[in-house]
Design a protein around this ligand. Sequence first.
Ligand code: ATP
Ligand code: MG
Length: 331
Amino acid sequence: MATAQQLKALLQSYSEADGEMFVSVALQIAAHEARTGKGKFASEIKRLVDEIKGKQRTSKVGGSVPIVRPSGELATLLSATYPRTKLTEMILAPEQREALELVIREYRQQSKLREHGLSARRKLLLVGPPGVGKTMTSWALAGELKLPHFTVQLHSLITKYMGETAAKLFAIFEAMRHTRGVYLFDEFDAIGSMRAGSNDVGEIRRVLNSFLQFLEQDDSESLIVAATNLEGMLDDALFRRFDDVIRYRLPTQSELHDLIANRLSAFQLGSDTIEQLVSQAVNLSHAEICRACDEAAKMAVLEDRRMIAPADLQRSIQLRQDRRRTAHEGL
Ligand SMILES: Nc1ncnc2c1ncn2[C@@H]1O[C@H](COP(=O)(O)OP(=O)(O)OP(=O)(O)O)[C@@H](O)[C@H]1O
Ligand SMILES: [Mg+2]
């Protein structure tokens, strides 16, 4: 019989969707059984493990996909991670949460949808100001769906030569077909910055057009996420090609409250204090608030306190308001 430790490791690897660990523990159990003279049982386990491995290779929908590292040219175009971020870690407006939960639900049941000639939404455009959780959303989708996350390196993708850029784009869309994952075109508006590297404005249009064509033809099982700050740059043709456009904005007062409470949940901070801080924090982004909270938390840790000093947090928030004002005045 498998030892208690082995059973625990097996359950743990299942709960963490760690396919490699699952297989390795199962093989340890097989070896253990073989040593105790139960050769038949051991080979039965090995056969089951081989079956599991085969299924992992074909990346069945709903299961976890083993981490893959892009190689060759793809290595410069895609950076791979395996995020554990969850949607519940994010403070979102109700309509955002609803839209994202629907993406997850449809993706998890895509084969059921396909049986009825329907397809799950997979192509998302996230639009909103800096620091409001667009990149984090992409990680959370990968985390929830247990998919690897690939960030497209736009600076490697975009070259002076249209033909080369289109070939690289093609390679990325091919990768999406072969390796199921979440593919993030972050700072998507950078495609617009092609202008800097080219004298021909028509070039930008052509790169965007090939992106749109690839996007339209894509029938992979990957999720494609494009994120941008600049709504103005994006035209109707682009919006139409995505299954959903999710808009982000700065946090409301109640979202600010939840953000501070969440970020500092491991420390002591009174609800009244949070209320006061919220009014001071209006117009700051989620990212700025998180950083201000982290600064106050570090002070508490360094001084061996469990209590957040409201003055520390006030100072950090004020600093960010001042920076924002200076940046605004500088425009
Ligand atoms: N909605 C949110 N809920 C919780 N934390 C958030 C949220 N948005 C941002 N954060 C925090 O701020 C960090 C930076 O956010 P993120 O990179 O996702 O912003 P972004 O919208 O992609 O900004 P940019 O347009 O500058 O790329 C996150 O890693 C997270 O710590
Ligand atoms: Mg981002």
